[in-house]
Write a protein that binds this ligand. Structure first.
Ligand SMILES: [Zn+2]
Ligand SMILES: [Zn+2]
Length: 296
């Protein structure tokens, strides 16, 4: 149960979170260029894929299979988003599904309020530990344990790489108008800031605004805008109703970019056994059509 005492927010509770917010202010002093904006967008996109396809659809819900090598790549990609290690992320998310919108749910906007669900709980030191009991299936891999134990190594390596690319561009392609400082500000800090708050909308807004196709016992919603800014996570009512599905947009018109990318990766043989929603789910959706129109 998330009691009042347990909601003590400490802005230093997860220091990298504060660091990313402060670091993002550097864009005010770094100037801007097309290369910096392109890297900012590209790193948001790739890492959002790491969160939704890796941390969420793979490590939390096992909705498809892959090799141990590609599994590690997904873990590194998710880790580069500065949202702690794969075991921590997936363990907390499994807990969310088990206790959604009850007193035990760590980030329910219904129970604990919008800002707590969006980012307050991340700054609460109480939730910094990984409950290995719920993530035993992946905790057996030493390489995942290592990432989970030292979750800032990959983000620091990314920040240094982005800065290095900026310095190289300044030296060899001065007409690009960028430099190491500018790349660090936009490509790493600002990109991570946007990644944070787009990811967090699923815990806050996707339990607040949108339509409900399925009559779930929670407050989850389907929301096109949130699906667009999270590469498919916005179909959250679908997902809470049937979390075993790899695709979260259950119909062709429900845009789910991470699903399209995973389909391509499946054609390439890098991932396989993508689980789709069974037919009974679609029957259920039809029977709830009236419910949906009443709720929207
Ligand atoms: Zn949820
Ligand atoms: Zn989930």
């Amino acid at each position: 149960m998330v009691s009042k005492e347990e909601k003590d927010i400490d802005i230093f509770g997860y220091a990298p979170f504060l660091f990313i917010h402060l670091g993002s202010l550097l864009v005010l002093f770094a100037g801007v260029s097309y290369p910096a904006l392109i890297v900012c967008f590209a790193l948001w996109f790739v890492r959002m894929f790491g969160i939704t396809a890796g941390y969420h659809r793979y490590f939390s819900h096992r909705t498809y299979k892959t090799s141990r090598q590609f599994q590690f790549l997904l873990a590194v990609l998710g880790n580069s988003s500065v949202q702690l290690g794969p075991l921590w992320w997936a363990a907390h998310h499994r807990h969310h599904h088990l206790h959604v919108d009850t007193e035990q749910d760590i980030h329910s906007p219904m129970v604990s309020g919008f800002w707590w669900s969006h980012m307050g709980w991340i700054m609460c030191p109480k939730y910094s530990e990984t409950n290995e009991k719920v993530i035993r299936d992946f905790a057996k891999y030493p390489e995942l344990r290592l990432l989970n134990q030292f979750p800032t190594v990959v983000p620091i390596a990314l920040a240094l790489t982005v800065t290095g690319v900026g310095m190289l561009l300044q030296h060899y392609v001065p007409q690009s108008g960028t430099n190491g400082f500018q790349m660090l500000a936009w490509g790493f800090f600002f990109s991570t800031l946007v990644l944070y708050h787009t990811t967090f909308t699923i815990n806050s807004l996707a339990h607040t605004f949108g339509t409900r196709r399925f009559d779930t016992a929670d407050t989850s919603r389907n929301n096109l805008f949130l699906a667009l800014i999270t590469l498919g996570e916005g179909w959250h009512n679908n997902h809470h109703y049937y979390p075993a599905s790899e695709r979260q947009g259950f119909y062709w018109w429900e845009i789910d970019v991470a699903h399209y990318i995973l389909k391509v990766l499946a054609w390439l043989g890098l991932v396989w056994d993508l689980k789709a929603p069974p037919k009974t789910i679609y029957d259920k959706a039809n029977t709830h059509r009236e419910f949906k129109s009443n709720q929207t």
